[in-house]
Design a protein. Structure first.
Length: 253
């Protein structure tokens, strides 16, 4: 149910006047004013009229981000569109990492354009994770109207991986990643752990990831990143039932 505070925010953030609110809802300017000052209670019927405004606002929002990071160790350029179609153009100079990140874009239905160079694999993977986390945080903004929490389990032949995310605004990761070795086509499997920790930290989200079954490290890693993409997709979707409200009892994320 839409609250009076949310309607007041419409006026401040999106430039709605009482007259414009009246045109959108069918109420008079005077009646709108009475609702806002508390003289008229926000009933479910009144709330329903205002709620129609929020999906339109969310649909019109451009949930994209551009992140550039250049240090003495790496040079990263990343463009993200959360409401994409799963298109990717990824060149990290690490073939296996290219492959894993393309799974996130494809199965998360994000558009991702990424180029990265650096002095070693550790720095490249870490700084890409930082940039990707920052991009999600920037693109989601206040996180109004999103589903917020989601999980996904994905199999790949012998492997099964599970990822759970919560865009809570608090950085925390719990990882149970059982890889058989520490080298996967020249990419160290320990960097997958570091990538996910750095992503969760910069993205300000709670991330739990587990490899439940498997013997082949490539299959385990691919299932894990596919599950990550699907969980991120589900968590970042707009939930029109909450009409642009923050998905939190605290009123803040």
């Amino acid at each position: 149910m839409v609250q009076v505070e949310q309607v007041r925010e419409l006026k401040v953030k999106y430039g709605y006047t009482d007259s414009k609110l009246g045109q959108e809802t069918g109420y008079s300017r005077q009646y709108i004013n009475q609702i806002l000052n508390g003289s008229v209670a926000m009933t479910p019927a009144i709330s329903a009229r205002f709620s129609s405004l929020f999906p339109r606002i969310n649909e019109g929002k451009n949930r994209t981000a551009e992140v550039r990071r250049k240090t003495r160790e790496t040079d990263i350029s990343l463009d993200l569109n959360i409401d994409g179609t799963g298109q990717w153009e990824v060149n990290t100079s690490i073939k296996m990492l290219d492959h894993l990140l393309s799974q996130v874009a494809q199965h998360g239905r994000f558009d991702l354009k990424l180029s990265a160079t650096g002095d070693d694999e550790h720095h490249i993977a870490e700084d890409i994770a930082i940039c990707l986390g920052k991009a999600f945080s920037m693109a989601l903004g206040e996180k109004r109207g999103i589903v917020r929490m989601a999980d996904s389990s994905v199999p790949m032949d012998d492997a099964l991986a599970n990822v759970v995310v919560d865009f809570s605004g608090r950085s925390y990761s719990v990882l149970a990643l059982s890889f058989a070795g520490n080298d996967m086509a020249g990419f160290g499997t320990d960097l997958i752990r570091h990538f996910l920790e750095s992503f969760a930290s910069e993205g300000r989200l709670n991330l739990h990831a587990r490899i439940l079954h498997g013997t082949n490290d490539h299959h385990k890693a691919e299932a894990l990143f596919k599950a990550l993409g699907r969980a991120l997709d589900a968590a970042t979707r707009i939930d029109e039932r909450i009409s642009g409200a923050l998905p939190s009892t605290k009123g803040a994320l």
